[in-house]
Design a protein around this ligand. Structure first.
Ligand SMILES: [Zn+2]
Length: 223
């Protein structure tokens, strides 16, 4: 398909989501090799929130990474979820290896239904499905009816972790039985203070989930 891709690129050159330049990548991808290299100029990180590992594939402080996340979330360029899933691949492999053949269930951080109606899609859900598609083996599922967001709390700019945690308390509810033997992976686009993912983890744990971790496209370098 390489040749065909180049031919199509010649006819319909693609515009990079990251830098907005026309480019020829030899295939119909949505971003250029320069942005790809830049995206990993600062590495992602693994954080620990409430004893739960949170893997982040990229650093949100890198402008091109922030640009991609913005494109997905606010400009509805939904194919960016595929790029995110590709970046998350290495971390996801680590998670599947550590799961040791247990069933893996991806839980996208839910949006409140009012915000979902407004945006039309949940970016975390798109990322989770893109990750699932990229995996051919293992038992991996996406479940969107386990964890619900029952309170709509818009993030306050500049809120500290403590303020945000207080604001989010009880914002998520588990409405279905969880499987104590499964590995639950909370999926989100960006983690900043860690409060949102932390609150999801607490709700899942209270409902009986024993194996929990989280995976995001990007993380801020501080917090
Ligand atoms: Zn680019």
């Amino acid at each position: 398909m390489q040749g065909g891709g180049s031919f199509l690129n010649f006819l319909y050159p693609a515009r990079c989501v990251g830098c907005d330049l026309w480019y020829d990548y030899g295939s119909r991808l949505m971003w250029c090799s320069v942005c790809e290299v830049q995206s990993s100029s600062k590495s992602g990180r693994i954080r620990l929130v409430d004893g739960v590992k949170i893997f982040s594939a990229r650093c949100f402080d890198v402008p091109v990474v922030a640009r991609f996340v913005h494109a997905l979330k606010y400009e509805s360029i939904v194919d960016v979820a595929l790029i995110g899933a590709r970046w998350m691949q290495l971390n996801f492999e680590t998670i599947t290896q550590q799961a040791k053949f247990k069933k893996i269930i991806l839980i996208p951080v839910p949006l409140h239904k009012r915000r979902l109606n407004h945006r039309g899609f949940n970016q975390a859900e798109l990322i989770a499905h893109a990750l699932c598609v990229a995996q051919s083996a293992s038992e991996i599922f996406v479940e969107t009816d386990v964890l619900l967001r029952t309170r709509n709390t818009a993030p306050q700019a500049g809120a500290t972790e403590k303020q945000r945690t207080k604001q989010l308390k009880g914002a998520f509810q588990v409405v279905r039985n969880v499987d104590p033997d499964a590995v639950y992976v909370i999926i989100d686009d960006v983690i900043t203070t860690g409060s949102t993912v932390g609150e999801c983890v607490r709700a899942m744990r209270q409902a009986g989930a024993r194996n929990l971790c989280a995976l995001t496209i990007a993380s801020t370098s501080e917090n």
